[in-house]
Design a protein around this ligand. Structure first.
Ligand code: GTP
Ligand code: MG
Length: 193
């Protein structure tokens, strides 16, 4: 599978705008600022296809990127405290609609910041994916920010924190130094085949 010919397709801000699924999809989910858009750019070998920002809440819409006959979906992040109630409600409706079971979601890439234990929202999202039988993989972001000791410690602890999901492959990832890029690309490829 080629990862170097992606194009931006469209952005959707409300559940009514979201078109029916007509292609296999790979979704990227996680809290605001965890690194979803950066990850997309990295695996697609592009500098700024998806907009990145150091301020949480950058991606507010469901963004479709077309990669041949596959669609990569950048989802707006959750868990950002400074979001108005009305925005939060819009986000919930959008996400509920996206995950309503009518789409051909081949894989949900669930991002968790490698530096910290999963948040309550992360655990809720993971539980939801697990309960609904949505195929997913956990990817630990910003691995470049940890030293060797911290890294070993987090890798050990996360196994316990996510024990409720059973044995799961966990991919450490860095958009900065490229760790995990090949592992994630192959995971996506096998999800689509
Ligand atoms: P929202 O769109 O707000 O939901 O955020 P997002 O999950 O798309 O995060 P985004 O990719 O915009 O990155 C947020 C910040 O984290 C930016 O300042 C990025 O440069 C930084 N960042 C993302 N990935 C990495 C990484 O692997 N390593 C380091 N050091 N910084 C990263
Ligand atoms: Mg984003």
């Amino acid at each position: 599978m080629r990862f170097d010919n992606a194009v931006f397709e469209a952005a959707f801000g409300t559940e009514k705008q979201l078109p029916p699924s007509d292609l296999p999809e790979i979704a990227f989910s996680g809290r605001s600022n965890v690194g979803k858009s950066s990850m997309l750019n990295k695996i697609l070998s592009r500098k700024a296809l998806a907009r990145v920002s150091s301020t949480p809440g950058k991606t507010q819409t469901v963004n479709f990127y077309r990669l041949g006959e596959v669609r990569l979906v950048d989802l707006p992040g959750y868990g950002y405290a400074k979001v108005a109630q009305s925005e939060r409600a819009r986000w919930s409706r959008l996400m509920e609609h996206y995950f309503s079971g009518e789409r051909d979601i081949k894989l949900c890439v669930q991002l968790v910041d490698m530096r910290h234990p999963p948040t309550k929202d992360d655990l809720q999202m993971l539980d939801f994916l697990n309960q609904t039988g949505t195929p997913f993989v956990v990817v630990l972001t910003k691995s470049d920010k940890l030293n060797k000791t911290q890294r070993a410690e987090r890798l050990e602890k996360i196994k316990q924190e996510l024990a409720f999901l059973g044995e799961r492959e966990i991919i450490p990832f860095s958009s900065q130094n490229g760790e995990g890029v090949e592992a994630l690309r192959s995971r996506i490829e096998s999800a689509i085949l």
